[in-house]
Design a protein around this ligand. Structure first.
Ligand SMILES: [Zn+2]
Length: 261
């Protein structure tokens, strides 16, 4: 069984009572302790994560990129693990883009005249690269570089023969066809209501639908919609290019694949 819980789905900035990008990815058979990975730690997602699990019960964190709407709760995860009642005795593995550890250390350093705080007492620093594969418990995670304004790693997660692909932030690009190839669930960003006359560093709903269709994904969920976007219009836009089931992610949604009949 592989399961994705939406902790936050707002694009770029939060909406009242809602969170920016973040997901809880879990894998395991019923009755077993699941493998748990927190994917993106946008504003508000830590509080939503803690409704479902303790931080010291995570196996890893996956940080797609360093835009603040995807990582601003990571410094607070550091505080939670360091000053809370964590039972971890080893640093929590975090997989992210180049330099994420220094970036977080700088963010956590309140006095800019002092040395940056070291985060390696709490986090095990792992940097992603092209073709990176990570096996964590029953989960296989593969990194795909996307078309964005900074180094960004989408993730393809497989467990028990089922696949969930998450686009992170991206414009339309060939990597999406491989990322979401025959995926059971493709969670694709659609931050732009329509195409803008600039370098496409985000998808619009039609792009998401087109790439879901090209990849042969079995189900599409749009995410990272801006708070002022209309989810129903976004779903309709994606459905112009994609014939499968389309929805829009919202906090608390759970997608579970591979459970019995
Ligand atoms: Zn971004």
């Amino acid at each position: 069984v592989i399961r994705l819980t939406v902790l936050g789905s707002c694009g770029t900035y939060p909406a009242p009572g809602r969170a920016c990008s973040g997901y809880l990815l879990e894998a395991g058979e019923p009755g077993e302790r699941p493998t748990r990975v927190w994917v993106d730690s946008g504003s508000g997602t830590l509080a939503n994560l803690l409704l479902r699990t303790r931080l010291d019960e995570l196996d890893a964190i996956w940080l797609s990129h360093l835009h603040i709407d995807h990582c601003s709760d990571l410094p607070l995860a550091y505080y939670t693990l360091k000053y809370g009642d964590s039972e971890r005795t080893t640093p929590l593995p975090v997989f992210g883009p180049s330099g994420w550890g220094q970036h977080m250390a700088a963010f956590l350093t309140a006095d800019t005249r002092s040395e940056a705080r070291d985060v390696t007492d709490v986090f095990e620093v792992n940097e992603l690269g092209a073709g990176a594969h990570v096996r964590i418990g029953g989960l296989n995670l593969s990194a795909f570089a996307t078309r964005h304004s900074v180094e960004t790693w989408a993730v393809r997660a497989t467990a028990g023969g089922r696949t969930i692909a998450y686009s992170a932030d991206t414009g339309p690009c060939e990597a999406l066809a491989v990322l979401a190839d025959q995926a059971d669930l493709f969670v694709c960003e659609a931050a732009w209501a329509q195409s803008l006359q600039t370098e496409p560093i985000h998808c619009n709903p039609l792009d998401a639908g087109e790439w879901a269709a090209r990849a042969g994904a079995r189900r599409l969920v749009l995410t990272h919609l801006r708070p002022d976007a209309d989810p129903r219009a976004a779903v309709a836009g994606a459905a112009e290019a994609y014939g499968g089931e389309v929805g829009a992610a919202a906090e608390g949604d759970v997608y579970e694949l591979g459970a019995g009949p």
